[in-house]
Design a protein around this ligand. Structure first.
Ligand SMILES: [Zn+2]
Length: 212
């Protein structure tokens, strides 16, 4: 019996997803067929909605509008900017209810082995935003692992002399952990225990409550 071409065609699309191999891709296609037309229509329409999302011109988060709802909210603390790897991490921080400043999403972390070099990161955009909005403190909330640490140092260098303090979430987050999956109590502790990592501002005045 010949396999219908439509199966191969859809399987090839699923294979493009990181972590999905040919056999898994085909299994997903058969799952779709088994679920029936309503499921497939729902999936196609949900995928199409994602297509219409944009990147916020200020924080670079994936959003329905640009600027996004957070960047347009003037009631937030305009002295703080929190830098995350991606939108999902910003959402995890937001869920703690502990932070009411603004966000910036890097989109990726420094990883030369994966072809992500400093020039591939939006460091200039970040610096321009910090200069434009005059944030007093930039809090770096990249994951506590090798890529997250390397990216944090790069950001601290890029922002040297641009803002009062560059701090880094540390306390409570285990090395090798993941901001997105940390529980809210751990993340709240990490926000409270952030440390100053900016060379120049170490000698100067830092934001209230920040440990040196
Ligand atoms: Zn935004």
């Amino acid at each position: 019996m010949r396999k219908p071409r439509a199966i191969d065609r859809l399987a090839k699309e699923f294979e493009k997803i990181p972590g999905i191999g040919p056999r898994q891709a085909e299994r997903i296609v058969y799952f779709f067929i088994k679920q029936g037309p309503d499921f497939i229509d729902g999936f196609a329409s949900a995928a199409s909605d994602v297509k219409n999302l944009v990147r916020c011109s200020e924080c670079r988060s994936v959003s329905e509008t640009s600027p996004c709802a957070v960047c347009s909210d003037t009631s937030r603390d305009s002295s703080k900017l929190l830098v995350v790897a991606n939108t999902a991490d910003a959402e995890a921080i937001e869920r703690t209810g502990k932070y009411d400043g603004y966000y910036f999403a890097m989109g990726a972390l420094l990883s030369p082995l994966d072809g992500i070099n400093p020039a591939d990161l939006p460091l200039n955009e970040l610096k321009a935003l910090v200069e434009k909005k005059r944030f007093a403190e930039v809090i770096i909330a990249t994951d506590p692992n090798v890529k997250g640490d390397a990216t944090a140092l790069l950001i601290a260098d890029a922002l040297d002399g641009v803002c009062g303090a560059v701090t880094r979430l540390a306390y409570g987050l285990p090395f090798g952990g993941d901001v997105e999956y940390a529980d809210e109590i751990t993340l709240s502790g990490a926000i409270d225990g952030r440390r100053n990592i900016n060379k120049r501002s170490n000698q100067g005045k830092v934001a209230d409550g920040v440990k040196q």
